[in-house]
Write a protein that binds this ligand. Structure first.
Ligand SMILES: [Mg+2]
Length: 262
């Protein structure tokens, strides 16, 4: 493997995933991953620009940042790129009124959005609200539309909490795609538009940035397809078998034992 200095040459900006990299969610808000609080502080003291790029869709951005601050992280709301605010922007731009299948914790992000007489569906990681009734309602709304539009806040398969692996929004997105014969528009990683907006906020080009995440598809694959470098930590959802499964797809994945190792 090439030397670190060679792999990181020209990097001016770092995008950090949050869940599985900085902390694992769970009972009582979850727990910081060992070394990550210090690693973020060290990155912020360096010459590098730092931004947080998350697919978290169970919490509002304000609640997520509040939780991270309580865990000891130096992070503010303006430093976080998250899918719910990005989705609201798209809904406003396109004049769409969503039926929301989302967790109560993120519903406040949509307070300024007209949800009457819906002409699209937005799904996010709804957790226990992914009941048959709620999925069927989303299905019915889509099937009644002439041009069904489904937005999914991320498309992860699963993520890790302190109690174990948890199903993410991706499997439910796939179920609605299959039932309705449509393709969802993903707002969040690995969507190129999502990386673009995070990099614009940071003021660096894709070739000058590195994404650090625990998801081989959403973080590593998405970033590399957008022209960034990527580093997969061995915390959060990282599993050796998932890396081997995906190793043919991504050429320059550098697994790291954790953000705390930086
Ligand atoms: Mg993650």
């Amino acid at each position: 493997m090439a030397a670190w200095s060679e792999l990181l040459a020209g990097v001016r900006g770092v995008l950090l995933d949050i869940s599985g990299v900085l902390y694992d969610g769970g009972e009582g808000g979850g727990a910081a991953i060992t070394g990550s609080v210090e690693a973020v502080a060290r990155l912020k003291r360096s010459r590098l620009k730092v931004r947080f790029c998350t697919n978290e869709s169970q919490k509002s951005r304000a609640d997520l940042v509040g939780l991270l601050q309580r865990l000891g992280f130096d992070v503010s709301e303006s430093e976080v790129t998250a899918p719910a605010p990005a989705a609201c922007l798209i809904l406003k731009q396109r004049g769409l009124r969503p039926h929301l299948l989302v967790h109560d914790g993120v519903r406040s992000e949509f307070d300024q959005i007209d949800t009457s007489n819906p002409n699209c569906v937005v799904i996010a990681d709804a957790g226990e609200d992914f009941s048959y009734q709620n999925m069927n309602k989303a299905f019915q709304v889509l099937m009644e539309l002439e041009n069904p539009v489904l937005f999914s806040l991320g498309k992860g398969r699963y993520y890790k909490e302190t109690s174990g692996l948890m199903l993410d929004v991706g499997p439910y997105m796939k179920a609605l795609e299959y039932a309705c014969g449509i393709e969802a528009e993903v707002v969040g990683k690995p969507s190129p538009e999502f990386f673009k907006s995070a990099l614009q906020e940071m003021g660096v080009e894709a070739h000058e940035a590195i994404m650090i995440g625990d998801d081989i598809v959403g973080d590593v694959g998405g970033a590399q397809r957008y022209g960034m470098r990527a580093l997969q930590v061995r915390t959060g959802k990282f599993r050796w078998k998932s890396r081997l499964w995906a190793s043919g797809d991504f050429l320059v994945t550098v697994p790291w034992r954790g953000l705390g190792a930086c």
